[in-house]
Design a protein around this ligand. Structure first.
Ligand code: K1U
Ligand code: ZN
Length: 169
């Protein structure tokens, strides 16, 4: 397994729309294992392949306390969403140190392949539902800061670019 380098906002590669995974093979199994290792190391609760510069529809999530209940979603599709929404505090491994409220559906049902290539349907609510929606946005090239006002987004962009310039020194 290997740790994968993350892309950071406002890297334009985060805007790439991911393509469906053509087949579950050794390459995808290795990508899933590496993404899980990267997510756990970064102390995240989710990670989309877009964030590691792989533009295929792969998501890993673990919202459990013990960090032992990984959910792998390959080629996920939302098949149902609740009629109600809620404002949730979100963060993003690609926008470190920034947290803000985003309106999300309270519950979603997603169909996908799991890490073994089996079809499955995931009914999610609470933090899992929020995380699934956040990660599925990444696959569409959307970072959560796009839901914020242009003023906030531009402040975040400047802050990130400054931090990246200082890190490069
Ligand atoms: O996709 C990512 O960048 C991972 C992201 C997932 C996420 C967190 C919170 C709400 C929605 C999606 C993170 O894991 S950020 C770090 C984190 O563990 C966290 C941050 C805020 C609340 C809960 C967890
Ligand atoms: Zn994110």
């Amino acid at each position: 397994m290997a740790l994968l380098p993350l892309l950071f906002f406002p890297d334009p590669r985060l805007q790439t729309v991911a393509k469906p995974v053509p087949a579950m093979d050794e390459r995808i199994r290795r990508l899933v294992a590496d993404m899980l290792e990267t997510m756990y190391e970064a102390k995240g609760i989710g990670l989309a392949a877009t964030q590691v510069d792989v533009h295929e529809r792969v998501i890993v999530i673990d919202v459990s306390e013990q960090r032992d209940q990984a959910v792998v979603l390959i080629n996920p599709q939302v098949v149902w969403n609740s009629s109600t929404t809620h404002l949730n505090e979100e963060g993003c491994l690609s926008v470190p140190g920034i947290y803000d409220g985003v309106e999300r559906f309270d519950a979603v049902t997603v169909s996908a392949l799991d890490g073994t290539g089996q079809s499955r349907v995931v009914q999610a609510e609470g933090l899992l539902a929020v995380c699934i929606q956040h990660e599925m946005d990444h696959l569409l090239g959307k970072v959560f800061v796009e839901y914020l006002s242009p003023l906030k987004r531009n402040r975040i962009k400047k802050k990130m670019l400054k931090a990246q310039r200082e890190d490069a020194r």
